[in-house]
Ligand binder design. Structure first.
Ligand SMILES: Nc1nc2c(c(=O)[nH]1)N[C@H]1C(S)=C(S)[C@@H](COP(=O)(O)OP(=O)(O)OC[C@H]3O[C@@H](n4cnc5c(=O)[nH]c(N)nc54)[C@H](O)[C@@H]3O)O[C@H]1N2
Ligand SMILES: Nc1nc2c(c(=O)[nH]1)N[C@H]1C(S)=C(S)[C@@H](COP(=O)(O)OP(=O)(O)OC[C@H]3O[C@@H](n4cnc5c(=O)[nH]c(N)nc54)[C@H](O)[C@@H]3O)O[C@H]1N2
Ligand code: SF4
Ligand SMILES: [Mo]
Length: 921
């Protein structure tokens, strides 16, 4: 066969070119001529190559990560040309800290890779704006920084004058997960006494079961510590979509022969790579955890040595009243925070060391051999052990019994319980979806028990709660104003539900009786217990507000019963609503003033939030677009104006309980008398003074783009130079007590509310779901691969990778029953309203469930009706108890989550009339 060679082909073109010339089309092809080797110097027209050369040319390279709530924390090189970011590329130079563990390179995700385009898209804010029409009307006037901050300053002072301190909500959302950016609003809130909600529970991310058990929900593994595990259960997490830069360590563990399993209602992008997927029924996880416990106990797979030393399982419990035996029961004036073991060697009760009331802060048992089982008598009081109580409860959860709830076959439960028990290092990973369920506490507590029974703690594994808090004393000092003054911290779920007027919506959705059968409480009881927690002083709540400044917080998008929530906040904050943001998100839309913030590549900053030891450095690669300013500089300017106006208006110190609110010196305080005026000042201060950064110079940090943190970064124990970080080794190796009432991993809680709700030991409850309402379909809204919440959700490149508009996932069987085709627009509805979305077939989801990724902005929905409008939340009353050792309001450790996935829906094909809207086409 004759083959056209490239050279012949070009010659042919040349001839045609001549023909074209003859016919008069001179402009088109007259410059084509036969040529030889395209790479040789004779090649006549090389100018076009410059197009490509120029594409890969730049003026300079900066560094940044993304300051968003993604857990990734990846360092990027940022390429700048003519003052514009043209692209970004992963740094990929992190050192391998241990030759036997894979390195952390490269880190990144597809959202980070397109930020250079997103930062210049149409929703980017560029100038300070003042509302020109009604709130939310979308009419804006561009004003100067001077005017904006002066007007805001006067309103802040007005609110103080009219109503006193405590009426300003200054909540910072999850969009600022970096040290410099995050410290500014916190420092401001500390100075004005602003209301600040717990950053974890406000979104539903606090693993309360882990706190109850370990006294610290934020002590977990670095991702490289997953690598040497030989059993990993992806309990409620989808790391391939939500932990993109770290997930590889899970799959690399397979090289060591690790068994990886997953529980999820759908065959999610992580389940597909596991050895076993357990298709669990939504919201039934505590039953699975308890069935593991049941098998471990029935088959006596437990490890007594670990249980005796590390847990409260051998502590004595009174048989007469079900309370732990306390020193106060035996000794006049004795402590109620000192507890007892039954010593098998001496045949008597002995004080257990290491509890909150005990001076001897050690877990070492010495000569004592505590009994795990049996009944005893101490000074006439009949007692047994916590373990006996746990056994009694666990006996109710045989795999045959739990099958009905979980859909996991008894043989599978037995098989996996045995694997878990036999593993050298077993990790149960509970993602944040855990804390988005009303039974979160039971899930974490149940799995913590299964792990503790089988001796998994410290180097041998444990519960992975998806977060490691590093030790940052200098950051803390800045954010909390040296602890000298404090913001008004509030439990996230409680504050949002009450201030957001969500109770009516909750009531509308749930059927009281059915709810109680599932969760153990009904709405009235829940409300009464919320009130009791406030009245008892267990949880703080500061009531209605008059003004609001929100920073990096898409609060009107993320909250439940969202429309009511927004209306309530806008009604209360009638005097002032300021939004500080990088883009016009669905919350900024409603503000009186919008202040434009510098984005990731436009400010100086540091980020350590994530699961690794590297602090990424943000070097302000480009000046901010338009008139944007870094968050720190915005707060500094705002305090400057408040101070000026306070002085001009003769405002002196304002008494606020024990402290004064000194609006007339607020700028001097905020900036430390001018030492910390800009984000760069703060950046330099933190780099140079933080012990965990080991004295690295600003120049070196800026040049490299990351800092390797030293051993002082570890909060509970040192972060060893060449070892992955395993949680609680200070306890398992160092024998230091846990930060719990008994000093041990806790499986007994005799708080009156735990007694009332029959939850003194780990047990199981179901989530609300369809059985607690009149709507038949389960519904969950996990996190999207194509955005971090609402960030980047409208980016053109990311929209191309998916359906490009809000969509639900539906089983084709259910779709067929309802006459729905893939791609159809459907209506989801319940007692609180409806929303529309495109149907996407997803055969792996159960036929009675709907899934929809969260994070779409309301304006992307038909009629601007987002799913969160019709979602009702619940609060778990147990998460609201206080006054019991480590169970008291502690920021980011103990308080109630706003739970997300309790509501259910019905579905129908949308009619043409219903979706008659330009956005629907
Ligand atoms: N239905 C449903 N709802 C949910 C969830 C769910 O799974 N389903 N998940 C919940 C969870 S876990 C979370 S964490 C929340 C997240 O809820 P959102 O509050 O929606 O989180 P973001 O979209 O990250 O909002 C942060 C905002 O900060 C702004 N921002 C980004 N960078 C900067 C900056 O440098 N400076 C300033 N000033 N602003 C900046 C961004 O514009 C963004 O709008 O949603 C919760 N809501
Ligand atoms: N790409 C991307 N990454 C993110 C985020 C993002 O928005 N986008 N957000 C970050 C933040 S703030 C958070 S909170 C996390 C959230 O990330 P994750 O912790 O992974 O939680 P989700 O994505 O909400 O849900 C994970 C999976 O849980 C499964 N699931 C749902 N219900 C149940 C149940 O009842 N039982 C069990 N066993 N499984 C269930 C579903 O398969 C779902 O895909 O992701 C973080 N990372
Ligand atoms: S968005 Fe987060 S996970 Fe993605 S590249 Fe940036 S820092 Fe990494
Ligand atoms: Mo989250």
């Amino acid at each position: 066969m004759w083959k056209l060679k490239r050279r012949d082909f070009l010659k042919g073109l040349g001839l045609t070119g001549t023909g074209a010339l003859l016919s008069g089309n001179v402009w088109a092809l007259n410059r084509l001529e036969p040529i030889g080797d395209t790479l040789a110097s004779e090649y006549p027209y090389r100018g076009w190559e410059d197009l490509y050369r120029n594409e890969w040319a730049w003026d300079h390279v900066g560094h940044a990560a993304h300051c968003i709530n993604c857990m990734g924390n990846c360092g990027w090189d940022v390429y700048v040309k003519d003052g514009i970011v043209i692209r970004e590329e992963q740094i990929a130079k992190y050192p391998q800290v241990n030759p036997n563990v894979p390195d952390a390179n490269p880190r990144g995700c597809q959202k980070g890779a397109i930020h250079s385009t997103a930062m210049y898209e149409a929703d980017r804010l560029r100038y300070p704006l003042k509302r020109a029409g009604e709130r939310g009307e979308g009419k804006w006037q561009r004003i100067s920084w001077d005017q904006a901050t002066e007007e805001i300053a006067d309103k802040v002072i007005d609110i103080f004058e009219k109503y006193g301190p405590g009426k300003l909500k200054t909540h910072q959302g999850s969009g600022n997960q970096t040290m410099v950016r995050q410290s500014a609003p916190n420092r401001f809130a500390s100075l004005v006494g602003g209301i600040q909600l717990d950053g974890f529970t406000v979104v539903g991310d606090l693993n309360t079961g882990a706190h109850l058990a370990y006294g610290n929900p934020l002590e977990s593994f670095t991702s490289d510590a997953w690598f040497d595990a030989d059993y990993i259960l992806l309990g409620m997490i989808n790391p391939n979509a939500t932990r993109i830069p770290d997930a590889h360590y899970i799959w690399e563990a397979k090289y060591n022969g690790a068994r990886i399993t997953s529980t999820a209602p759908d065959y999610n992008p992580s389940s597909i790579h596991t050895d076993l997927w357990m298709p669990i029924k939504q919201g039934s996880d505590p039953f699975l955890a308890m069935s593991f416990v049941n098998v471990i106990i029935e088959e006596r797979l437990f490890k007594p040595a670990f249980m005796k030393e590390q847990t409260d399982l051998p502590m004595l419990v009174r048989l007469d009243n079900g309370k732990l035996l306390r020193e106060a029961d035996l000794v006049e004036g004795g402590s109620d925070e000192v507890f007892y073991h039954w010593d098998l060697k001496s045949g008597q009760a002995v004080r257990a060391k290491g509890s909150m009331g005990d001076d001897d802060k050690t877990l070492r048992l010495g000569d004592v051999d505590p009994a795990l089982e049996g009944e005893f008598e101490v000074e006439g009081i009949k007692v047994t052990t916590v373990f006996e109580q746990v056994k009694q409860e666990a006996a109710k959860y045989s795999p045959e019994t739990t099958f009905e709830h979980t859909n996991i076959h008894p043989d599978v439960v037995r098989q996996e319980a045995r694997h878990l028990a036999a593993a050298r290092k077993a990790i149960v990973m509970l993602g944040y979806i855990t804390s988005s369920y009303s039974n979160c506490l039971y899930i974490g507590w149940g799995y913590a028990l299964a792990l503790a029974l089988t001796g998994h703690g410290g180097r041998t594994g444990g519960l992975d709660t998806s977060w490691v808090v590093w030790n940052h004393p200098k950051w803390t000092e800045l954010a909390t104003f040296d602890g000298k003054k404090s913001a008004r911290y509030e439990p996230g779920g409680l504050g949002e539900v009450l201030r957001g007027g969500m109770m009516d919506g909750i009531r509308r959705h749930f059927d009281n009786e059915k709810l109680k059968a599932r969760t153990g409480f009904n709405v009235d009881e829940m409300e009464a217990m919320m009130q009791e927690s406030i009245d008892e002083g267990w949880m703080p709540y500061y009531g209605e507000i008059k003004g609001m400044i929100s920073i990096a917080d898409n609060t009107f998008r993320r909250n439940k019963i969202a429309e009511t929530y927004r209306e309530e906040h806008l009604r209360q904050a009638s005097e002032l609503y300021v939004n500080i943001n990088v883009r016009m998100d669905s919350t900024a839309e409603w503000a009186d003033y919008v202040l434009p913030a510098a984005s990731h590549y436009e400010a100086w900053d540091l980020r350590t939030q994530g699961y690794h030891r590297f602090c990424n450095v943000f070097t302000q690669s480009v000046p901010p677009v338009g008139e944007c300013k870094p968050d720190w500089d915005i707060m500094a300017l705002l305090t400057k104006k408040i101070q000026e106006r306070a002085v001009a208006r003769g405002i002196g110190p304002i008494q606020d309980g024990e402290v004064t609110r000194d609006l007339h010196t607020i700028h001097d305080d905020f900036t430390r008398n001018g030492e910390l005026n800009t984000d760069y000042d703060v950046f330099r201060y933190i780099v140079e003074n933080s012990p965990e950064f080991g004295g690295v110079s600003v120049e070196e940090a800026t040049e490299r783009g990351f800092i390797v943190m030293n051993e002082q970064a570890g909060l509970n124990q040192p972060l060893q130079k060449d070892q992955p970080y395993n949680p609680f080794t200070a306890q398992t190796d160092g024998k230091q007590p846990y930060e719990t009432l008994t000093g041990r991993i806790t499986f007994y809680c005799d708080h009156p509310r735990f007694v009332k709700l029959k939850s003194t030991v780990p047990t199981a409850r179901l989530y609300a779901g369809p059985e607690a309402s009149n709507y038949p379909l389960h519904f969950y809204s996990p996190h999207a691969r194509w955005g971090i919440h609402s960030n980047w959700r409208s980016n053109k490149y990311l929209l191309r990778l998916q359906r490009g508009e809000p969509n639900i996932y539906i089983n084709p069987k259910l779709a067929a029953e309802r006459g729905i085709q893939d791609g159809d627009r459907v209506k989801l509805f319940n007692a609180n309203g409806e929303f529309f979305a495109q149907a996407k077939f997803y055969p792996s989801i159960p036929a009675d469930s709907i899934m929809m990724e969260h994070g779409w902005e309301p304006h992307q929905y038909i009629h601007r009706k987002p799913m969160n409008n019709s979602h009702a939340t619940l609060l778990q009353p147990l998460e609201l108890v206080g006054g019991w050792g480590h169970l008291q309001f502690i920021y980011a450790k103990w308080n109630a989550n706003q739970v997300i996935h309790e509501s259910s829906y019905d579905i129908a094909l949308a009619t043409a009339d219903e979706i008659a809207d330009p956005r629907a086409v």
